[in-house]
Ligand binder design. Structure first.
Ligand code: ADP
Ligand code: MG
Length: 316
């Protein structure tokens, strides 16, 4: 099944590798049945969704494949149902070695709720993985992760998607040498005639990963993802330690404020040119890449393609 599904993905991306008119699969490998899905444990949760590890076991012999299943939390059903459906539509279109693989969907309650089925990455996100693997992870490895994230993001941007939630918590670890971008819950597709996407509000958003134009005008460009990548690179270089996380450090830089004021003060501070500091043990060459992601005007920011080149130069 897994192989059939993978081939389906390859065929969808490359419609001409299969002979035309070949018979469709009798059984759609991207449709999963609830009754064969056995929960093993919780993997994590965010604002509106939760992710569980399940075994898909149609033969009932306990040897079915392991999958990660994302569903909305009960309190988010109804009004946010469209979020998960949009996430499914996005993931279905993406096929890249550094993007979490879509496997299918599972409908419940007569089609009123949907679950997203994706490949399971046992090591979890960088946020869980890196603090535990500090001693085994050298600078080269961190830069390799950064390079892979940029390659995945360059692919995403070239397909006119804006991720809008790039952060270490949303980058998953396949094995010690490979990472993949996940969590397309906020991802937006840009209309043909536009190079940005406007949202209604930024409350409840990962503000410390956001570029000034997102905070000020709620406008998101591919260049806004570049800003978030800079923050993600900062997280990599601090091994995702909570004590030096972007949230902790920005709040220290802002001094005590509350609610709306935090946003206003944050924008003022960024406009005054203040940025996250260079993490300890982070080479100046890597910090200068972060700074090029954090140019105030999005036109002046480095692009993912250039980041790929620069990181390759640092590595080879
Ligand atoms: P949310 O939209 O709720 O933030 P995510 O897709 O980011 O949901 O998933 C939440 C957490 O669940 C992640 O930070 C990660 O720890 C875990 N997780 C998500 N997808 C997978 C997966 N495919 N394999 C393993 N762990 C996962
Ligand atoms: Mg998330």
């Amino acid at each position: 099944r897994a192989i059939v599904r993978d081939l389906t993905g390859v065929a969808e991306q490359n419609p001409d590798i299969l002979p035309r008119g070949s018979p469709a699969n009798e059984e759609d490998p991207t449709v999963f049945e609830t009754r064969f899905l056995r929960k093993i444990k919780d993997l994590g949760e965010g604002h509106f969704g939760k992710v569980e590890l399940c075994r898909y076991d149609p033969c009932g012999d306990g040897r079915g494949e392991l999958v990660a299943v994302k569903s909305l939390k009960p309190e988010s059903r109804g009004q946010l149902g469209c979020h998960l459906r949009r996430e499914v539509d996005t993931m279905r279109e993406l096929y890249h070695q550094n993007i979490v693989k879509y496997k299918g969907v599972c409908s419940e309650e007569g089609g009123r709720t949907t679950k997203l089925i994706m490949e399971y990455l046992p090591a979890g996100s960088l946020k869980e993985y890196l603090p535990r693997r500090r001693d085994q992870t050298d600078l080269r490895r961190l830069l390799h992760y950064a390079l892979q994230i940029c390659q995945g993001m360059d692919y995403l941007g070239s397909h006119r998607f804006i991720h809008r939630d790039l952060a270490a918590r949303n980058v998953l670890v396949e094995n010690e040498s490979t990472v993949k971008i996940g969590d397309f819950g906020l991802t937006k597709s840009m209309k043909e005639d536009k190079s940005y996407y406007t949202v209604k509000e930024v409350t409840d958003s990962p503000v410390f990963w956001y570029a000034p134009e997102c905070l000020l005008d709620c406008k998101f460009y591919t260049a806004s993802d570049v800003w978030s990548f800079g923050v993600t690179l900062y997280e990599l270089m601090t091994y995702c330690e909570t004590s030096s996380s972007p949230t902790t450090v920005f709040l220290e830089m802002l001094r005590p404020t509350q609610g709306q004021m935090t946003l206003t003060r944050l924008v003022e501070m960024l406009r005054a040119g203040r940025r996250l500091p260079c993490p300890s043990h982070c080479p100046e060459s890597v910090y200068s890449l972060m700074r090029r992601c954090w140019e105030i005007d999005q036109e002046n920011r480095i692009q993912f393609k250039e980041l790929v080149t620069e990181l390759e130069e640092l590595l080879f």
